[in-house]
Ligand binder design. Structure first.
Ligand code: ATP
Ligand code: MG
Length: 408
């Protein structure tokens, strides 16, 4: 991508009501644009990051044999009456022609349960996992943490369907591992811990995945030995580590980047979703749900990986790998940069080429630091004399010269 052609440029300032680091850097870098509180536009750079996060999640879901689908955002209010969730305070509602009442889905149990019910009849159709990556709508009371808490936000939601509790438990344990693998690939593995949280009425616990971070809204008590946490909301009933019994728990802050639940038969009983077992008896389907927030993860990455000058993206989700800069006014230097850009791009390497000729070196470096691409590549009269480029990683202060021919 040529920077001159990029829609969404860097800016030095951001409106005073953006308190969070993620919103400040993402807006200043031209990744996102705020439409109103909790509602953001994703510009090309931001969309590239979001898409990479989604694709890592998608790959791991597909590898676990889950089926990708896309459900509608709008649903008839009636479905929420069926499950008794029509008075949730986060619901955005709408009214259509003839007084039809709609809900903008905050999650999709009311859609997926009757959908899967139309295709599953026998124990032979189970277990089954379906997921989607789609925007959710929640009338959140506070939306002050940038894209960590949106009123419209992106979610991967997986739902699993089973003949019995044992099958649900088995799938649930597999998903814990899949989730850890996803956070590893996103660069968050070291910081993200499985956390016991309240489970609602149908299971003692649910499990959250909390990324440890000082600005996280959640308070968790961690067992340093087991690398797990207990959400403060359940600490009165669980004061020791549920895995090793350790009483020496350490209080920390976390950002909830995922949450998995055993729904059991809560939704299948509401919709009377049954299958026939091997003996021909009708039984309620057991269900699990597994949420993960790509847009919140994008904000979390910025909160966790930044310095005073800007973002430091992990390579797996960076919008481009290389930030190519040509210094000086010489045509020769600029032409070599153009050649590098064309060749590398043709070879499938992701390069953002800052092709602005009027800008000072300092301004270009400041933008490179703000955007946070993993590798800065500089070509100047001096490097050209040595047939080299200067390579500097965003997360290091060291730079080194490398032969240009390595990249041509
Ligand atoms: P929270 O407690 O933070 O409000 P939640 O428990 O209501 O979140 P879930 O229903 O478990 O959220 O949603 C699954 C995942 O979707 C969460 O783990 C989180 O990663 C993401 N998520 C939830 N709410 C938001 C939001 N308002 N903005 C961005 N991401 C969100
Ligand atoms: Mg949750």
């Amino acid at each position: 991508m040529l920077y001159s052609k990029l829609f969404g440029k860097t800016s030095k300032t951001v409106s005073a009501d953006e308190e969070s680091i993620n919103a400040q850097y993402l807006i200043r870098g031209g990744f996102i644009n705020k439409q109103m509180a909790g509602i953001y536009n994703y510009l090309p750079l931001g969309l590239r990051v979001l898409t990479k996060i989604q694709n890592i999640i998608r790959e791991e879901m597909l590898a676990a044999d889950a089926n990708e689908i896309l459900m509608p955002s709008l649903t008839q209010e009636e479905s929420y009456k069926t499950t008794g969730r029509d008075n949730m305070d986060v619901l955005f509602r709408s009214e259509g022609h003839g007084g039809t009442k709609y809900v903008l889905n905050p999650t999709h149990e009311e859609v997926v349960t009757p959908l899967v019910q139309r295709y599953v009849f026998s124990y032979q159709d189970l277990p089954l996992g379906v997921f989607q990556i789609q925007n959710k709508y929640r009338n959140e009371a506070r939306a002050k943490s940038g894209i960590l808490r949106g009123r419209e936000f992106n979610m991967k939601d997986l739902y699993s369907f089973h003949t019995d509790e044992a099958s649900l438990n088995e799938y649930y344990e597999v998903m814990k591992k899949v989730y850890h693998k996803i956070y590893d690939r996103l660069g968050l593995g070291e910081l993200t811990i499985l956390t016991y949280a309240s489970g609602g009425a149908f299971s003692r616990y649910s499990h959250e995945f909390q990324t440890l971070c000082a600005v996280g809204e959640d308070t968790i008590f961690t067992c340093e030995k087991c690398k797990i946490g207990i959400n403060k909301e359940i600490i009165s009933e669980q004061t020791t580590c549920p895995e090793c019994g350790n009483v020496d728990l350490v209080e920390k802050n976390g950002i909830e980047v995922g949450n998995i639940f055993k729904l059991r038969t809560k939704f299948s009983s509401a919709f009377n979703f049954k299958y026939s077992d091997a003996a021909g008896q009708e039984q309620l389907v057991e269900m699990g749900c597994y949420g993960m927030g790509p847009s919140r993860i994008m904000g979390t990455l910025v909160e966790v990986f930044h310095d005073d000058n800007g973002i430091v993206w992990p390579e797996s989700v960076a919008p481009f790998k290389y930030h190519l800069i040509a210094l000086g006014k010489e045509d020769e230097t600029f032409e070599m940069a153009q050649k590098l850009y064309k060749t590398m791009t043709a070879n499938g390497i992701e390069v953002l080429f800052d092709d602005r000729r009027e800008l000072t070196a300092g301004a270009k470096f400041a933008d490179a630091d703000l955007l946070g691409l993993p590798v800065r590549m500089i070509i100047s009269k001096k490097t050209l004399e040595k047939q080299s480029v200067e390579i500097k990683k965003r997360n290091s202060d060291q730079s080194e010269l490398e032969p240009i021919e390595n990249y041509l």
